[in-house]
Design a protein around this ligand. Structure first.
Ligand code: C2E
Ligand code: CA
Ligand code: CA
Length: 617
């Protein structure tokens, strides 16, 4: 019995040059080399990079006999096992004679079709005409060659015609019509061939995921034609800097991808990423204007160590996300850390689904304080997740993933039903809370389940404020969002703009939404007590709110000095750890009963005189 480990040594120890090429299912002449042994390289004077990822055209040289070439193509197209004695050129141009044998193979595991190509060098002793042999090893009689040549020439031309018809049909389904690159479908089909080949010992490959930075802004400011022009220019640049064995595709929008067979080292791959950065740093000319648009690139490699090669595209996307979030205009390699992160994200996603099923989310409450009286005027409702093993999680630990999974509406629905119970419970306190401010993410404004949740919660809509992130107004507000906001207003719900100042919304955008409340982000509130410049900034933000007749809330008030300053500059409501951290409903009930809702006893003279006036009245 011959052991597998003994057999395994055969390809590296035998003196015959052996190469394996993965062929296209519908045309045996279309193939890519994925593996070869050392003698294969030695015979031809090739480096591995000259072979892996390349087609059988690596053997074609100007002095190759034309009829042999045609015959070879014919045999390959028909998946026939054949041998040919042929003169080839080594990489350095030195001519050699080889017996080249092509054997078709089918992978029993996945049905993929392969060619085993064997090369044996020999010294010709007579005649220079190449000979094609059938399996018996006999040379084709030379008098038949002329006839054969004619037949093959006819076959070739017929084939070319059929192929051009077939190509025109498949081009549409494989090609991106704007740039002429491969489309997503073609890219995915190719990657799946490459990954299944890799599983079977085939060549490793790299994915470069490319995304233009701020493409949307160019499209919006210069128009779609300029946007299309830029995409076409990027496509032709990518084609120019890549080679024939690379696959370049546009996945849609401003996303491009390159698949490169890895005969070369990772270093050369990063060289390609560098080149893309460099090319993108050159301005692009459109309609007499010069436009600059950088790109970010994510890189990932699938090689023999990759456990699940199918994930390589997702890995490159993760690396791209990393490149974007660390400042755009740069590239990132997919790392072990990112891998750990993406595993953790997947794990979190699975846990979130369970959490949704078991209604695990709970509302916490943070007091909102009336700046002029120090009395609690309402609470902001903030979601918390009592995680089965990791303790109480703040929203920043899970909302992003939940948003990507599209389950924010589920979480909100759970929160709303819990909130309904909590409001009934808190109404037992000595003083009634007049307002509950809830956070609503942008996406939820264009779906009607929000209104449904509010209606079934049993909470009087006039006691609700909906806080919307400022970034919502960056985009022109469309029909559905507008409609929801109008409906909310109709129900008596107050509208607040959250984190004002961070999203660079325009005043015009604000006017369009016409909110009742402006919440100034804590990044402006906190430094204002210590720095003149920060103070000037917050003054102008408050000024915008006041000039529009809005109630202004200062967020993140942590010290007495910040509280007094915010009030003195005109904020109507204060919120922050200085008055209370987010807490559970029972904790809040206790605070309300113990303080009668009087959460701030200011020491400022202004406040004291106001209070004494109040007392007198
Ligand atoms: P936000 O709406 O700006 O909420 C205020 C955040 O600031 C809360 O963080 C709160 O705990 C924190 N905070 C309040 N006062 C202070 C302070 O004095 N100092 C400091 N350092 N922080 C303070 P939290 O609860 O972690 O919430 C983070 C964000 O998550 C919220 O920011 C909001 O955008 C989002 N969020 C919270 N609950 C929900 C929810 O139910 N639905 C949605 N869609 N988003 C939510
Ligand atoms: Ca908020
Ligand atoms: Ca906020």
């Amino acid at each position: 019995m011959i052991s597998f480990r003994l057999l395994e040594q055969v390809p590296s120890k035998c003196e015959e040059g052996l190469g394996l090429a993965l062929a296209s299912d519908d045309d045996g002449a279309v193939m890519v080399f994925h593996w070869c042994n050392r003698p294969f390289l030695q015979v031809m004077g090739f480096e591995e990079a000259d072979v892996i990822g390349h087609r059988a055209t690596i053997f074609v040289s100007p002095d190759m006999d034309q009829s042999t070439h045609l015959l070879t193509i014919d045999k390959l197209m028909r998946w026939e096992h054949f041998s040919v004695k042929v003169q080839l050129s080594k990489k350095n141009g030195v001519p050699i004679w080889v017996t080249m044998t092509w054997t078709p193979l089918t992978d029993p595991e996945n049905g993929s079709r392969w060619w085993l190509c064997s090369l044996i060098e020999f010294q010709p002793n007579c005649g220079k005409t190449s000979k094609v042999q059938d399996l018996s090893g006999e040379a084709a009689p030379s008098h038949l060659l002329g006839e054969y040549k004619e037949k093959v020439a006819h076959l070739e031309s017929e084939n070319r015609r059929l192929r051009s018809i077939a190509k025109a049909v498949t081009r549409d389904s494989n090609e991106d019509p704007l740039t002429g690159l491969s489309n997503r479908r073609h890219f995915e089909a190719n990657v799946s061939v490459w990954t299944s080949a890799l599983r079977n010992g085939g060549a490793s490959f790299a994915i470069l995921y490319i995304d233009l930075d701020r493409f949307k802004a160019i499209n919006d400011t210069l128009g779609h034609e300029a946007g299309d022009g830029l995409l076409v220019a990027v496509a032709s640049m990518l084609k120019r800097i890549t080679s024939d064995s690379d696959l370049v595709a546009r996945l849609g929008g401003d996303e491009f991808v390159i698949v490169r067979p890895l005969g070369e080292s990772a270093l050369e791959i990063s060289g390609l990423a560098d080149e893309i950065m460099q090319e993108m740093s050159k301005p692009f000319e459109y309609g007499g204007k010069s436009v600059s648009c950088s790109a970010s690139v994510g890189l990932a490699i699938a090689d023999a160590n990759t456990k699940i090669p199918e994930e390589v595209v997702g890995d490159a996307d993760t690396a791209l996300y990393h490149a974007k979030s660390t400042g755009r205009g740069r590239w990132s390699f997919f790392t072990a850390e990112m891998h750990a992160q993406s595993v953790a994200t997947r794990h979190l996603a699975a846990e979130l689904l369970v959490a949704c099923e078991q209604d695990e989310f709970v509302p916490y409450f943070q007091p909102l304080v009336d700046a002029s009286t120090g009395q609690i005027s309402g609470v902001e409702v903030l979601v918390r997740w009592p995680h089965p093993t990791r303790g109480l999680l703040p929203p920043t630990d899970f909302l992003d993933v939940a948003a990507k999974m599209g389950i924010l509406a589920e979480i909100d629905a759970i929160l709303f039903s819990r909130l309904g119970e909590a409001v009934k419970y808190l109404d037992n306190a000595q003083i009634e809370l007049s307002r509950f401010a809830i956070n609503v993410s942008a996406g939820r404004l264009s779906d009607t389940t929000l209104l449904h949740d509010i209606k079934v919660s049993g909470i009087d809509p006039k006691r609700l404020t909906v806080e919307i992130l400022e970034s919502v107004y960056l985009e022109p507000v469309h029909g559905a969002t507008n409609w929801t906001i109008e409906e909310l207003r109709e129900l008596g719900v107050e509208i607040a703009v959250d984190d004002f100042g961070t999203g660079h919304a325009s005043v015009q955008g604000l006017l369009q939404i016409n909110p009742d409340v402006l919440k100034i982000d804590r990044q402006f509130v906190q430094p204002a007590a210590a720095s003149q410049r920060a103070r000037a900034l917050i003054e102008s933000l408050i000024g915008i709110g006041k000039s529009l007749g809005l109630k202004v809330v200062a967020e993140g008030v942590e010290t007495e000095a910040q509280a007094q300053l915010a009030r003195d500059l005109g904020c109507d409501i204060l919120q922050g750890f200085h008055f209370g951290k987010p807490m559970t409903a029972p904790e809040l009930l206790k605070v309300l009963n113990e303080t009668s809702g009087w959460l701030w006893r200011s020491t400022s003279k202004f406040q004291q005189s106001e209070l004494s006036l109040d007392n007198l009245l």
